[in-house]
Structure formats: C-alpha cells, structure tokens
Design a protein around this ligand. Sequence first.
Ligand code: C5P
Length: 275
Amino acid sequence: MTKINDFAPAKINLTLHVLGQRPDGYHLLDSLVVFADFGDRIEVSPNSELALSVEGPFADGVPTGEENLVLKAARLLDPVRGASIHLYKELPSAAGIGGGSSDAAATLRALGEMWGMPLPGNAMTLGADVPMCLDPKAARISGAGEGRMPVEGLPAMPAVLVNPRVGVPTPAAFKGLATKNNAPMPDVIPDFVDVTAAADWLAGQRNDLSAPAREIAPVIDDVLAVLDDALLARMSGSGATCFGLYPDTETAQQAALRIAAKRPDWWVAPVTLNP
Ligand code: C5P
C-alpha cells in the first residue's frame, strides 16, 4: 500500500511588520519567514473514508472534527475522496509558529502526490499562513500572507524556541495594535556571512504584534527574559512562542537545557532555523 510521508516544519517570523489593514479586516504584512528543522509529521495512505488520527506531545489540543485544518485541506483538494491521515503533533497550537497552517500545507503536498493533483491556488482560504508553508523555505511575505519572495542570503541559524504554554488568539493580537501603518523592512534584505551578522541586522527590525501580544499574555516578557543570552530574542507570529538565535548549535542546546531546567512547565526546543 502506498504511504506518503511529509514534514510540517515550524514557521518562524524573524520579523513581522504590520503596514496597514485591508477593507476586509486582514492586515498587510512585511515579514521575513524561515522554517525550522523541527515540526509535525503527516502520513497519508489510501482509504475509502476520510479519516484522521492524531498522536504526539501536542495531540490533545488538536480538534479532530471537520474544523480540523488537515481535514479542511483534504476537502479543498477533493470534496469527497477518502484517505487515511495520521498526524504526529510535535508543535504547540495557537503558538505563533504556524503549526496548523504547516500541517494543512503538508497535507496538500502529500495528498496531492497520492491523488496525482497539483497544489491548489486557493490555499489561502484555509488560513493566511498556509500559502507560505506550501514551499517551506526562507521568504519575504507580503500582502495578507499570499505574497512570497524567496530570500537566499540567510545563513542556517541555531536557535531555541520557547513557549510558555499560553495561547494567544491571533485576531486579538491584531486588534490590540496601537498603530496599523508602520514602516516596512528596508527594500533589500542583505546577504549575511553568519548568524551573528543576521541577528545584528534583525535587531533593527520588529515584530509589531509583540506589544499587543504581551498585553494579552504578560508571560511573554518572562520568555524573552530567559532568552537574554541570545544574539537576538523575539516573538514569532502573534505569539506566545519566542525564538532566541545563538552563535552555534552547542550554545543553543546548552541554553535550551538551562531554560528547561529553570521552567520545566514550558515547552523548549533547540532547533536550526533555515537549515
Ligand atoms: O487566516 P487565518 O485564519 O490564519 O487568520 C486568523 C486571524 O488573524 C484572521 O481572522 C484575522 O483576524 C487575523 N489576521 C489578520 N491579518 C493577516 C492574517 C491574519 O488580521 N494578514
């Protein structure tokens, strides 16, 4: 029996500048996005019915009914066809690292291959972050999430992801923005020799959702504080997950151990961004 596996990596917004708001309420973004070598896994196989099973450390937070993004992705490709889908959930939900969106994108890739269908052009209807997850490589994202320019000049970046197991609802974070017409990133994103050079440049950029998310979940300040030895510490997406960039893998792993020992209740993952 044909089984197809796919990987749904964590999506990290190294920057997230909010430039305005569309008449339909969606916000216009200028965001530098990378993917991690860590994420969920999807396995699809032929089946008469559409069926989803979920396991893994964050399986509990995943709805298994029709509102599940994996099932919605399957239905977007084909409204009636059956498949058995298994999701191994390593990523926390509502965490600003695109877990559900990356799962949906991996489902579209895997089922597209199994069913011999192209990737749909309307993946955006599943969620604003789904199109950027279809080809999980470094990119500058524009529009409400649908614009995508590949970014070639980023190094592999050792990092630690930290989530305090508090969810931030994305609409609430956008709603809390004090200003919606903020400055974009510079036109040109330079090439960087190493993670230190990248962190230096990134320090001059922003995540505009950080301020409203910290109002909603003040624990984000504690997360950023434990990452104070990083080259750069910043929130991803609408939070609450923050990333710290480190000069090398060993230093990142040591930082992850230190943070996990200090806050055993938090989720802590040493990763490589843009591997
Ligand atoms: O598209 P998705 O369901 O992932 O977005 C969740 C919510 O985040 C939207 O309903 C909207 O409130 C907000 N959002 C936004 N602008 C974007 C992306 C998301 O306002 N570009």
